[in-house]
Design a protein around this ligand. Structure first.
Ligand SMILES: Nc1ncnc2c1ncn2[C@@H]1O[C@H](COP(=O)(O)OP(=O)(O)OP(=O)(O)O)[C@@H](O)[C@H]1O
Ligand SMILES: CC(=O)N[C@H]1[C@@H]2OC[C@@H](O2)[C@@H](O)[C@@H]1O[C@H](C)C(=O)O
Length: 370
């Protein structure tokens, strides 16, 4: 891998992400030369059916075997359906679905066959973005930070700022836009903040048979149990210096901390845990950011957004405040990263994943000509 690769001709890249909440596949087009965002294009979404979701859920934590293979088939079919509907695309960035993530142990596992997708779409497909980073001593996640750097430039940011993604897991990127490139030491710091929506979703599923606490309505009626919150923050993960990353189910026992509480208090406490992980994480930022731009489904939860706002000294805003699309930022990130991989440019650095040196992960699969 030539990590010193340079930006090239503009490409229209289509990125696709199947996130930890297992709701469906997001896809989005980005025009980029690998360094700058030149424009945003069409977006799309393909929800998983309840049956497909059950197959994916059953495979979480599986590295190989029939359940992982069944999950891979679901992922391949859903991506094939969704991505075939896009036109005028030069290449595809295919994240796949993370089933297991243990960067200091067995590695990282995203299912989905990029070579088969390249045949089906008749386009080059970049995939397996995380493995090289892990092999080089990195966390393999988060990978969106290089795209966040480009977003900061796109919106004309002059002051350091944070991007916060609140999906199943939370991840934070501190960007200093005074640097010219994301690879420079100090331009980026990134890490997973802790569980975000996953524990609340699990609670809603277990107690009410619902997917989520829509609008934070249940949490809004509850009281935060401070003792449980303290126990949560005593987890060694929070004292670890970043970069650091999590698997979706790393904090699944959190639900046990609220086991004795009523539904509303339990929802309020799990929501507060998500916010507290972020607030704790902010201590690692080299300078206070001028604003925090929030992406991912958690930005739709006003209780969570308010908990963040009261604890942080900067404005906490959905990314829509600066004209970005908070439902598509991750898919756009993998479009952008695909072009960087194609041009031999780095996709992570010591500040984003803790990798030893700059690394450009990813496999490029091209369709057969005949
Ligand atoms: N209106 C809403 N009210 C409350 N919570 C919401 C709302 N909309 C979405 N969410 C939360 O956001 C979650 C989905 O977030 P998102 O789509 O960003 O996850 P993801 O991309 O799968 O996760 P990750 O970024 O961890 O891979 C839902 O499962 C839910 O918990
Ligand atoms: C191993 C893995 O798939 N991690 C995801 C997950 O979902 C959110 C958080 O945990 C982040 O670390 C990462 O995704 C984003 C897109 C990233 O790599 O930047």
């Amino acid at each position: 891998m030539n990590k010193a690769g340079k930006a090239g001709a503009p490409q229209r890249a289509l990125g696709a992400m199947s996130g930890t909440s297992l709701d469906g596949v997001d896809a989005a087009v980005v025009e980029t030369d690998g360094r700058w965002i030149l424009g945003f294009g069409e977006t799309g979404y393909r929800a998983y059916s309840p049956e497909e979701r059950a197959v994916l859920r059953a495979a979480l934590g599986q590295w190989v075997g029939p359940q992982a293979e069944a999950a891979a088939q679901v992922v391949d079919a859903a991506h094939g359906d969704l991505l075939a509907g896009f036109e005028g695309v030069d290449l595809v960035g295919f994240h796949g679905q993370t089933l297991a993530h243990e960067p200091r142990g067995r590695g990282t596992c995203q299912v989905g066959d990029g070579a088969a997708l390249a045949q089906r779409l008749g386009l080059p497909v970049v995939w397996d973005f995380r493995s090289d980073d892990v092999a080089m001593g990195g966390e393999g996640a988060p990978l969106a930070p290089f795209f966040h750097f480009a977003c900061a430039k796109w919106i004309g940011a002059q002051e350091p700022l944070c991007f916060l993604n609140l999906g199943g897991v939370g991840n934070l990127t501190y960007v200093d836009p005074s640097f010219a490139t994301p690879e420079e030491d100090g331009a980026l710091l990134a890490f997973d903040t802790g569980p975000a929506n996953a524990p609340v979703n699990d609670l809603m599923q277990a107690r009410r048979g619902l997917e989520m606490d829509a609008g934070g309505a249940l949490a809004a009626r509850g009281q935060v149990e401070e003792g449980a919150l303290e126990l949560f923050l005593a987890e060694p993960y929070f004292a670890r210096m970043p970069p650091k990353s999590l698997d979706r189910n790393d904090f699944s026992e959190m639900i046990g901390l609220v086991g004795e509480l009523g539904d509303a208090d339990a929802a309020a406490t799990l929501t507060a845990m998500c916010a507290a992980g972020v607030v704790q994480g902010m201590e690692h930022c080299p300078r206070p950011p001028a604003r925090m731009l929030v992406t991912g489904g958690g930005r739709h939860n006003p209780v969570l957004m308010e908990m963040l706002q009261v604890s942080l000294d900067c404005p906490v805003l959905p990314v829509e405040a600066v004209g970005l699309d908070g439902d598509m930022l991750e898919a756009q990130a993998f479009a952008f990263l695909a072009v960087r991989v194609a041009y031999g440019m780095a996709t992570s650095c010591p500040g984003t994943t803790g990798v030893r040196a700059l690394v450009g992960g990813g496999i490029v699969s091209r369709p057969d000509k005949d």
